[in-house]
Ligand binder design. Structure first.
Ligand SMILES: C[S@@+](CC[C@H](N)C(=O)[O-])C[C@H]1O[C@@H](n2cnc3c(N)ncnc32)[C@H](O)[C@@H]1O
Length: 362
């Protein structure tokens, strides 16, 4: 379990994924989402100016987590670059995430996994930066290509808790507006920082976890199930009411219009150009496996682990370690049971927003 705090000064702050490699082991849906980036990354490299002589090509993977889902995208970038330069262009891959991220799992994977983009490939340098992507992370004009998959729905902080709910798609009225406003400001901050870091002509490929025009992310049913599981833990006395009331996942799922607004008007529109924007729906890989094997318990466990890998640090991070382990164990058991009783309730149709962005040449 990651030890990062859930709240600071009443603010529910940025969260990393469940540590010790747990996210790597339970992020098949995010892995599938990352596949959408591959053709976009190849297109982006094809559109870039070609690095000359021994010039270093710097690619940045913003919000890499434990790295399993970064291997294929970064491999695609390295191959595309070398395909263009027809030489062993040195490539620096910089993985960024929050300081509390499990970077150890990332570097172990890079060293030992057969999927590592470094395996058997010379002159590829893997580096990491533990800094929020809502700030400038790298010196100006260093980055040829930026990539970020399933990250920017994580807010710099949740503006508040949500009465009776744990995430923003279920927020209404002023609470929902506050999440939307935080998301607007965060997206501007993210883009402003990237606008500084990118070289002129450099590109950014984003696979965003977004919302359809009604504001739905596609996972409402699963998260409702998790919320009612927490409420059941309160009813049976396992979880205190005030502990439940503090729980909030600091995410917001932007619509296409919200993602695209900064490129239409305002100061960033002069620096960044939206090259491509497309919606997509993520096929549910866990459901597909269930349809093949009809293993209800396996499906329930896979979905409970997926939920815990992504959201347990946000929901349970503020509890002290012993209590956290107890409550997490009870939550896992109850959630798994509920999913097994009605597997379809866990099925997700995550809405993706795919963006290719270019820094305008000076
Ligand atoms: C769902 S994971 C996605 C990880 C990986 N890109 C993938 O496709 O599997 C979201 C990641 O975003 C990171 N993250 C959230 N807020 C962040 C921030 N402000 N700065 C940097 N990383 C952040 C989290 O720590 C987490 O590793």
């Amino acid at each position: 379990m990651t030890n990062s705090p859930d709240s600071q000064g009443g603010q529910h702050v940025e969260e990393v994924m469940q540590g010790a490699g747990f996210y790597n082991a339970h992020s098949r849906p995010q892995h599938a989402a990352g596949d959408f980036a591959l053709p976009m990354l190849q297109d982006a490299v094809a559109a870039l100016p070609v690095p000359v002589a021994s010039e270093v090509f710097t690619a940045v993977d913003y919000g890499s987590s434990q790295g399993r889902n970064s291997m294929a995208p970064m491999k695609a970038v390295i191959e595309a670059v070398r395909g263009r330069t027809k030489s062993v262009t040195p490539v620096a891959v910089i993985h960024t995430d929050l300081p509390g991220n499990d970077f150890t799992s990332l570097f172990e994977l890079l060293e030992h996994s057969p999927d590592s983009y470094r395996r058997g490939v010379p002159d590829v340098f893997a580096l990491a930066a533990g800094e929020s992507f809502y700030k400038q992370i790298l010196p100006p004009a260093q980055v040829w290509l930026g990539h970020s998959s399933i990250t920017v729905h994580w807010l710099s902080a949740a503006p508040s808790t949500i009465p009776g709910q744990i995430w923003s798609p279920r927020a209404t009225g002023a609470v929902r507006s506050a999440f939307a406003e935080r998301a607007r400001q965060d997206w501007l901050a993210f883009l402003q920082a990237r606008a500084v870091e990118l070289r002129p002509g450099g590109r950014l490929v984003i696979v965003g976890s977004g919302a359809n025009d009604s504001g739905n992310s596609g996972a409402e049913s699963l998260v409702d199930l998790a919320n009612s599981t927490l409420q059941a833990l309160v009813s049976e006395g396992t979880l205190a009411q005030d502990e439940y009331e503090q729980m909030v996942i600091p995410t917001y799922y932007r619509t296409m219009a919200e993602f695209c607004a900064p490129f239409a008007a305002g100061p960033l529109a002069a620096t960044l150009r939206l090259v491509k924007n497309a919606p997509a729906v993520l096929p549910d890989v866990l459901w597909q496996t269930y349809e093949q094997n009809r293993d209800t318990q396996g499906f329930a466990q896979a979905y409970a682990d997926f939920f815990i890998a992504a959201y347990a640090p946000s929901l349970f991070g503020a509890l002290d370690a012993t209590r956290r382990e107890q409550i997490l164990a009870a939550f896992r058991q109850h959630l798994q049971q509920r999913i097994a009783t009605d597997p379809q309730q866990a099925e997700c149709r995550w809405q993706l927003i795919l963006l290719a962005i270019e820094k305008r040449a000076a």
